[in-house]
Design a protein around this ligand. Structure first.
Ligand code: ADP
Ligand code: MG
Length: 237
């Protein structure tokens, strides 16, 4: 299993944002977490991405416990994960090429030749080869997101995390995103998505987790879900 959470909980003072959440994510699997606003989806993603620390429970990356890992191991484990933020978080003063090459240069100290090759490959993957020297301000929302995906991929993660990836996109950009996610799935990356977009979730997911009141209340493979809207109504309204 690429990623596993075991009895993960997070309290903010009186609020229990995440309560006893356990699930696993395999390579080549797209898992979508669906649930009403305030159900704990973003907090769960932040716990996994090391942006919040759990009150209880543990996270396993490729079978290794985060809680019991030393500092160096922890860093290595988190480096196998890429996060695509809701606002994309591109470096506005850097070109697309510089955005993609920053981490490979600074953190991984790869040579420029292999970095350039990888940049070209990734821009081709997201269909934006012609934007290599552009600045983020000149890009549309959908294009920024695809650059954010390419940048996340530049450090060769095994796991990608997306928080509400369709919230700022038009329908055409959502369809482009679906194509990219399906390509990454085929390349055996494990993908975890938080979304409230049912149409999108249906198109990309292998499995759905329904979250309500801080807990997972239902989990099912997509091919076993016949009446999607009915389930959504029954569980989430
Ligand atoms: P969702 O993403 O499903 O809308 P969140 O994970 O953002 O839900 O929030 C779950 C609950 O935790 C909400 O009640 C929210 O107000 C609370 N919460 C989230 N982050 C914080 C925080 N940093 N401090 C206090 N409460 C928080
Ligand atoms: Mg949220």
């Amino acid at each position: 299993m690429l990623l596993e959470t075991k009895n993960l909980s997070k309290n903010f003072k009186q609020v229990q944002a995440v309560k006893d959440v356990s699930f696993g994510l395999d390579a080549g699997e797209v898992l979508s977490i669906i649930g009403p606003s305030g159900s704990g989806k973003s907090t769960l993603l932040k716990l996994i991405a090391n942006l919040e620390q759990p009150t209880e429970g543990d996270i396993y990356i490729s079978g290794q416990s985060i809680q019991s890992a030393d500092k160096k191991t922890k860093r290595a484990l988190y480096q196998s994960m890429g996060f695509i933020f809701q606002d994309f978080a591109l470096f506005e003063h850097l070109t697309v090429k510089e955005n993609l090459e920053l981490a490979p240069k600074l953190v991984y100290k790869k040579n420029q030749d292999s970095i350039s090759k990888e940049t070209n490959r990734l821009l081709k993957l997201v269909g934006l080869e012609d934007k290599i020297d552009a600045y983020p301000i000149t890009l549309s929302g959908g294009q920024k997101q695809r650059i954010a995906i390419a940048r996340a991929l530049a450090t060769s993660p095994k796991i990608l995390l997306f928080d509400e990836p369709t919230s700022a996109l038009d329908v055409k950009s959502i369809d482009d995103l679906v194509d990219i996610i399906l390509k990454l799935k085929k390349a055996q990356i494990g993908i975890l998505i938080v979304t409230h977009d049912l149409r999108f979730a249906k198109l990309v997911s292998s499995r759905l987790l329904f979250m309500k009141n801080s807990s997972i209340i239902f989990s099912e493979n997509i091919q076993n879900i016949e009446n999607f809207e009915q389930i959504f109504d029954d569980f989430l309204k």
